[in-house]
Design a protein around this ligand. Structure first.
Ligand code: UD1
Ligand code: CA
Length: 459
């Protein structure tokens, strides 16, 4: 089948420098949601899909954003003279032996099942997806004759009062036999308030040519909401997030407030996961059974093991945490941080590209970068690994059962033997042997009877 997504409009009402279809919804561009839905329709119908995207306003930007997807054929519409004119630009690439389904780049929540029903119901006819809305303002109205059959679609700006009172609206989504469709597109006029070639006028042409027109009413008005301004974008964002929240709760997660969670990627949860308010999940995140996420945490591309607790304001990015660990509050795990089971990472501790062994602890104000920390080792408050010499990053090897005293600097590259103890305030830059106590600081001295300087009398 032919699938066309119209995405050339500027989206003036967004009042934005960015093309409308690239605005993110749940972390992905609006257009990406429509592409996913289109592919899913073709897959369900078992058909090979030719996917054409009509771009115009900032078209290069839109195309560049999808450069990684070789399955899309981009067609330019220049200038943008309306939805009918947009589809006309795609016409040469549409296979006349197969029907065409037209989707709008700014109607991102449409459900594949709804589209499949429309295509099946239309077979050989024109199919229009409509919906009843309590407040139809801004949408084209579906005008039916006395016999209930569809006669035409009237844009709100061109509608009279009687037509405006109709609450069945056009979603913009339409399917038609391709050869017919091409002929109608060539006959569209622009005698309307916007001087545009409206795709919606195809309906009246089909009626004129006695081609049956079926209108399917979408089951849920939410799925066909269009994004024309920032307020609608925010409204759709909440709808998507509510869907995510429902799915998470169905999988057994407890959400402190399903209205205060943001999933901008894929979040998988085990049983009895608890997520407090204000958390943001990006990329691919997996939380095993019993994980507890405190308020206002940000998790991107992370795997968290069973029973682990992330306290408030924890920031995870590209890391892996084992079971029964405790992280945060105010902890930051950067790419390549790998914590084994029962590790404790406390407040204001940053870990980057480091493996931290089972049961090891860094509870306060520390930095571990490019290090391998053995099991049960304790990193004292204020300790940092000086992994960067200003040019290169160096690796550190810290053994097991090591005790690093507070406020130490471990100058990389360095090796610290198993069971070593490093005295507080040490700066170690040579290998530390196993077992003993290593001190690398000046000895404490006291000068008895020392007198503080006194203020000199002014001359
Ligand atoms: C359109 C429909 C309206 C429907 C509504 C549903 C027409 C004439 N009107 O109105 O009946 O109720 O959608 O959301 O079709 N586009 C182009 N090239 C253009 C103009 C638009 O590619 O020259 C694209 C836009 O990028 C957008 C889509 O077509 O993705 C719809 O355009 P928009 O201007 O938002 O149409 P609406 O006024 O919302
Ligand atoms: Ca629109």
């Amino acid at each position: 089948m032919n699938l066309v997504i119209l995405a050339a409009g500027q989206g003036k009402r967004m009042r934005s420098a960015h093309p409308k279809v690239l605005h993110p919804l749940a972390g992905r561009p609006l257009l990406a949601h429509v592409v996913t839905a289109a592919r899913s329709v073709a897959a369900t119908l078992g058909q090979a899909a030719r996917l054409v995207v009509v771009v115009g306003h900032a078209g290069e930007q839109v195309q560049a954003a999808f450069a990684a997807d070789p399955g899309l054929l981009f067609v330019a519409q220049q200038p943008q003279l309306g939805t009918g004119h947009a589809l006309l630009q795609a016409a040469p690439w549409l296979d006349e032996a197969e029907p065409t389904l037209v989707l709008y780049g700014d109607v991102p929540l449409v459900q594949p099942d709804t589209l499949v029903d429309l295509v099946r119901a239309a077979a050989g006819a024109v199919g229009v997806l409509s919906v009843r809305m309590a407040d139809p303002a801004g949408y084209g109205r579906v005008i039916r004759g006395a016999d209930g059959r569809l006669v035409r679609i009237v844009e709100e700006r061109d509608a009279d009062d009687a037509q405006r009172s109709v609450n069945e609206v056009n979603t913009g989504i339409l399917t038609a036999p391709t050869a017919r469709l091409k002929a109608w597109l060539a006959q569209l006029g622009n005698e309307n308030s916007q001087r545009e070639y409206y795709l919606t006028d195809v309906v009246a042409l089909a009626v004129r040519d006695h081609v049956p027109v079926v209108a399917r009413v979408a089951p849920d008005p939410d799925e066909v909401l269009g994004v024309n301004n920032k307020s609608q974008l925010a409204q759709l964002e909440r709808i998507v997030q509510r869907r995510h929240a429902e799915r998470l709760m169905q999988s057994g997660a407890t959400l402190a407030d399903p209205a205060r969670i943001d999933v901008r990627g894929e979040l998988a949860v085990g049983a009895d996961v608890f997520i407090d308010v204000g958390c943001v999940f990006e990329g691919t995140v997996a939380l095993a059974d019993g994980v507890r996420v405190g308020p206002y945490c940000v998790l991107r591309d992370a795997r968290v093991g069973a029973g682990t607790e992330l306290a408030a304001f924890t920031h995870l990015d590209g890391c892996q945490i084992g079971a029964q660990a405790r992280v945060g509050p105010f902890a930051r795990l950067r790419p390549g941080a790998q914590l084994e089971d029962e590790v404790h990472i406390g407040n204001f501790v940053e870990v980057k590209a480091s493996r931290v062994g089972r049961g090891a602890k860094a509870n306060h104000l520390a930095y571990l970068g490019d290090a391998d920390v053995g099991p049960r080792t304790n990193i004292g408050a204020g300790t940092i690994v000086a992994n960067y010499d200003g040019v290169n990053k160096h690796h550190s090897q810290i053994g097991q059962d090591v005790h690093v005293g507070s406020n130490s600097v471990l100058v990389a590259p360095i090796r610290i033997g198993d069971g070593a103890t490093i005295g507080a305030g040490s700066t170690v830059s040579h290998e530390v042997p196993a077992g003993g106590l290593t001190l690398a600081r000046t000895r404490q001295v006291t000068i008895p009877g020392w007198r503080r300087p006194t203020r000199k009398a002014k001359a």
